[in-house]
Design a protein around this ligand. Structure first.
Ligand code: GUN
Ligand code: ZN
Length: 433
């Protein structure tokens, strides 16, 4: 069995850092060695104390080796429509998004965009993402087939939507049930792929389709569930017009049994007290999508309030409402959103969120999001000197916390030196770079 050792500055989290001085919350090795066999971490420790006999050594000094980034909410089918000029969510969906997603009825298109999407993830250091495909089953096949080719742990599913959208995107309650079930059975657990049952949001699903989603969730407890919740005022009002019997927007999903610890809810910006309590009680995850929330003018995520309620949270790009594939850019914008809320996010807490925190939101913290024995060898290697501006600023940086903050504030894909997926180099082996 061949062993590879990555040498460099290693950073991995044990738990949520409570402040910039909470050194017990993470492992940091100035000259570390990460030993990999069969795509998994087998040992982590100081390089000098590591058994190196027969191992291939890859030296990444002076760069930082972290667990690969995890993106909890992204629409791979919107990869080609980022930066679409729209006033707010519903206009953006109707004017651009629903037009763009219709292209995924073509297998060739889905296959080509999937390749570009995965290339973009890897360039930016993201090794796992939870994605919405389009309503077309072939878009799901393209998504999982490409994940399997790259040996990536990816989660995704067919969007279920049977109203308030163009005919070319609409399924029916029955066909969405049948197609989702078939796709789940085809792809869940194949390679590292995992399925997410994906009713788009209340506006585009009839009660009959919500019932279909409810049946799928009840029949497939191993699968994730993803949808959108409380992103925009007009969206909330329209949802309540469509579901007048529910207590509030969260109540719609609650009434159809869609909330649980494997449920990921994009946005969750304008929740009332009851809704926050329901999320806490069910264990559903509120996913913060800062670049999207700023771009679409949706509002400011109230992280502290949700955490005080006991709600589990995570962070994501929400491409193509989001404006960058980069989790570094996402952390930066997240920091600014929270500043506007009067909430500080320390740099360790940021990097925890994008790695182990998001893994915990998925219940996958034993598998991804940490550099620890038994975890997948999915890593990102970061360079805080990647651009002239970063080099200039780095000259005055004197702590790891400052370096991380510099990376998140000024970094992007240029700071991503290398990416490993299941122990294999993934960025430097991309074509055409
Ligand atoms: N709500 C329903 N669909 C979408 C989508 O594609 N993007 C965002 N940001 N919100 C949504
Ligand atoms: Zn979304």
């Amino acid at each position: 069995m061949s062993r590879t050792i990555l040498r460099g500055r290693v950073l991995s989290f044990h738990r949520v850092p409570e402040g910039p001085d909470d050194a017990a919350s993470y492992l940091y090795l100035e000259d570390g060695a990460v030993s990999i066999e069969d795509g998994k971490v087998v040992a982590v420790g100081d390089f000098a104390a590591t058994e190196r006999q027969g191992a291939e050594i890859i030296d990444h000094r002076p760069h930082l080796i972290l667990p690969g980034f995890i993106d909890l909410h992204v629409h791979y089918v919107q990869s080609q429509m980022m930066a679409a000029y729209a006033g707010s969510l519903l206009e953006w969906l109707n004017t651009y998004t629903f037009i763009e997603e219709q292209k995924f009825s073509q297998q060739g298109h889905a296959d080509a965009v999937a390749v570009d999407f995965y290339d973009a993830l890897i360039r930016h250091g993201t090794t796992t993402a939870v994605a919405y495909c389009s309503s077309h089953p072939r878009s799901v096949d393209a998504f999982f087939a490409e994940a399997q080719r790259r040996n990536m742990l990816m989660i995704g599913g067919k969007v279920m939507m049977d109203r308030n959208a163009p005919e070319g995107l609409c399924d029916t309650a029955q066909s969405s049930y049948d197609d989702s079930k078939a796709l789940l059975e085809k792809w869940h657990g194949v390679g590292r792929g995992l399925y997410a049952i994906s009713p788009r949001f209340a506006i585009t699903s009839t009660p009959a389709q919500m019932e279909a989603a409810q049946a799928l969730v009840a029949e497939h407890k191993q699968a994730y569930v993803q949808t959108h919740l409380s992103e925009n005022d007009a969206e909330i009002s329209y949802s309540m017009e469509l579901y007048p019997g529910s207590a509030d927007y969260t109540g719609i999903y609650e009434d159809f049994g869609l909330l649980g610890p494997k449920t990921l809810l994009g946005h969750c910006i304008h929740l009332n007290h009851r809704e926050a309590g329901v999320l806490a009680d069910t264990g559903a995850v509120a996913v913060f999508c800062p670049t999207s929330n700023l771009f679409l003018g949706s509002g400011l995520f109230d992280r502290e309030r949700l955490i005080k309620h006991g709600v589990r949270t995570g962070i994501a790009t929400d491409i193509g409402g989001g404006t960058s594939v980069s989790m570094l850019r996402t952390l930066d914008e997240g920091y600014k959103v929270l500043q506007l809320r009067g909430q500080r996010l320390n740099p360790f807490a940021s990097f925890h969120m994008a790695t182990r925190g998001n893994a915990q939101a998925l219940g996958l913290e034993e598998t991804i999001g940490s550099i620890a024995p038994g975890c997948a060898a999915d890593f990102v290697v970061l360079d805080a000197y990647a651009t002239p501006t970063m080099r200039m600023r780095q000259a005055t940086v004197s702590s790891l916390a400052e370096e991380l903050f510099l990376l998140q504030t000024l970094g992007d894909d240029r700071s991503v030196v290398e990416v490993y997926v299941a122990g294999a180099r993934a960025k430097s082996t991309l074509g055409g770079l």
